[in-house]
Design a protein around this ligand. Structure first.
Ligand code: F0G
Length: 528
């Protein structure tokens, strides 16, 4: 059975057909650096310039020799890979290394604790769960404190040491509740009823429009794309999506989403009712550079507004660096480039060096809930093979005072320079070049008004980027994918070893593609 039919028959029936329809149905056999190889009909190996880069998981390229050698060493040593329920030395050393790098790059003093997983979405799920554990713990402590105050108020009135303040019922939350005549018992009953309702408030998360945080049950709730999220929204928590470029909305959101518990205080022989902010928002999750949503970078100002909002409402900031981290934008954390500090970070993709599947959720030590590692785990997480490879990757990124980060920045500047040349030559075809480091998006103009039905139709269905990916692979032997949620944005994510020749090769290919789009010479796009 051919690779295509087995894949289509037994794994992904829909995607298999899409790959065949778009000429993307090749099976890659070998890979090195920025090159993938598949066989042609004559059985010859065909090199393909891979600018998809494993959806951003190959900042050091395919099968980097040092990482392969390290993996071989681990296997030759018959390393104990799975030794659950024991002291995991490699995981510990990786956790320490990650904490050191985050503190170095952000200037944050306190260490970060790591929870490991196997995929980016798993790290997001761990952050969501831990932040919710913090919230419910905070809520329970507040409820306990209030219960003690209510008891004290009841005792004070019963002993004659205090009377109920005549204005006690004026608070908006108590409107329509028991009248003053009902005395302390009526007041406490009204407060109890209000608080009981508030304590059942479903937690709220905030995320940015165009966000992508994964497709597991919890993480998909935070992913903006309705196609990915809507079928499953009854399975998950409440999420409010915030426009990235409207920081002024945050104050209104803080007001909108404010929830209070009622408490009593004793002063001057009076029992007064006071409001206490209830922790209704579990966390705000952001990508410093949105990837799947179309390559949009947060500005320092937007980042600052989000940080101040989180500080003001007392909620956690989870910075999802699964795609933008690990050097992709020219630093270990893309957020550090805009001075944005997180309470949590999620990392994955290139952390595995292109060989291992590993993710990390990092949380500030002072936030860490001790019982979390007893109630959250995964069979394959913290395995020595992945942890050791990941630590090797961190060492390689940090070597020579961050040489790879500087290389990513310099290569990214060369790449964007070339793309900017193309944009000025084809302003009618290329709308915008965006991104940071080697995380670059080429936004093509909408082809919805094209004369060609092929272009109009693919624009209408959001398939333009996929159509062009098939052309680039078949005719130019270059792999570029559109961003999943913005079909007219080509996402370019090569390794740090991108050469000038590869950049020039891309220039030639995109120049030919822009001419096809300009003159609507679409036969090339659909030619077998
Ligand atoms: N968070 C971000 C910011 C991501 O870009 C991704 C995946 C995930 C989480 C989920 O990681 O796939 O390992 O579970 N992004 C890929 C993309 C799918 O298309 O950009 P995962």
């Amino acid at each position: 059975m051919s690779a295509t039919s087995a894949f289509t028959e037994f794994v992904q029936p829909q995607m298999g057909r899409v790959f065949t329809a778009l000429g993307l149905d090749v099976e890659y056999e070998r890979a090195e650096g920025n090159t993938l190889y598949h066989r042609d009909d004559q059985g010859e190996l065909v090199p393909v310039l891979d600018l998809m880069g494993g959806y951003g998981s190959l900042i050091l390229g395919h099968n980097h020799p040092e990482i392969v050698a390290h993996a071989k060493e681990l296997l030759d040593q018959n390393r104990a890979v799975h030794a659950q329920f024991s002291l995991r030395g490699e995981a510990g050393r990786l956790g320490a290394a990650l904490s050191d790098v985050v503190r170095r790059e952000t200037g944050i003093k306190e260490p970060y604790l790591a929870t490991f997983g196997n995929s980016g979405a798993e790290a997001v799920e761990a952050a969501v769960k831990h932040a919710e554990l913090v919230r419910v713990t905070k809520a329970a402590a507040l409820a306990e404190e209030i219960a003690a105050h209510l008891e004290a108020a009841r005792d004070a009135v019963r002993s004659g040491a205090a009377t109920v303040d005549p204005d006690a019922h004026q608070l908006p939350a108590l409107q329509g509740q028991a009248a003053p005549a009902a005395g302390i018992e009526g007041l406490l009953a009204a407060i109890g009823a209000h608080n009981a309702a508030v304590l059942t408030t479903k937690p709220l998360f905030l995320a940015l429009e165009r966000s992508f945080h994964g497709k597991l049950v919890g993480s998909v709730q935070l992913t903006y794309n309705a196609g990915f999220r809507t079928p499953f929204q009854n399975l998950g928590t409440r999420v409010r999506f915030v426009p990235m470029d409207r920081p002024e909305l945050l104050d209104r959101i803080a007001e909108d989403e404010r929830v209070v518990l009622l408490d009593t205080e004793l002063a001057d022989g009076r029992v007064r009712v006071v409001e206490r902010d209830f922790p209704a928002i579990t966390a705000f999750m952001v990508e410093p550079v949105q990837g799947e949503g179309g390559i949009h970078a947060l500005t320092a100002e937007q980042g600052r507004a989000i940080r101040l909002f989180c500080n003001k409402v007392g909620t956690a900031l989870i910075i999802d660096e699964v795609q933008s981290g690990m050097g992709r934008c020219g630093a270990f954390l893309a957020s550090s480039l805009i001075g944005l500090r997180g309470d949590y970070y999620t990392l994955s993709k290139s952390l595995g060096g292109g060989l291992a599947k590993v993710s990390a959720m990092l949380v500030r030590r002072s936030l860490y809930q001790g019982e979390f590692d007893l109630i959250h785990s995964s069979t394959f997480a913290m395995d020595d093979f992945s942890s050791s490879i990941a630590r090797k990757v961190v060492e390689m990124l940090e070597a020579d005072d961050g040489r790879v980060y500087r290389q990513v920045t310099e290569r990214g500047e060369r790449l964007v320079e070339m793309l900017a040349d193309l944009k000025s030559a084809y302003p009618d075809v290329i709308e915008e070049i965006r991104g940071k480091g080697l995380f670059v998006g080429v936004q093509l103009r909408d082809q919805g008004e094209a004369r060609s039905m092929v272009l109009r139709g693919s624009a209408y269905t959001g398939a333009l980027g996929y159509l062009l990916s098939g052309y680039l692979l078949r005719q130019e032997r270059i792999r570029i994918a559109p961003t999943g949620s913005a079909g007219n944005v080509l996402r370019i994510q090569p390794s740090a070893h991108l050469t000038d020749e590869e950049i020039e090769r891309l220039r030639g290919a995109l120049d030919r593609l822009c001419r096809i789009l300009r003159y609507e010479d679409t036969l090339h796009l659909v030619h077998p």
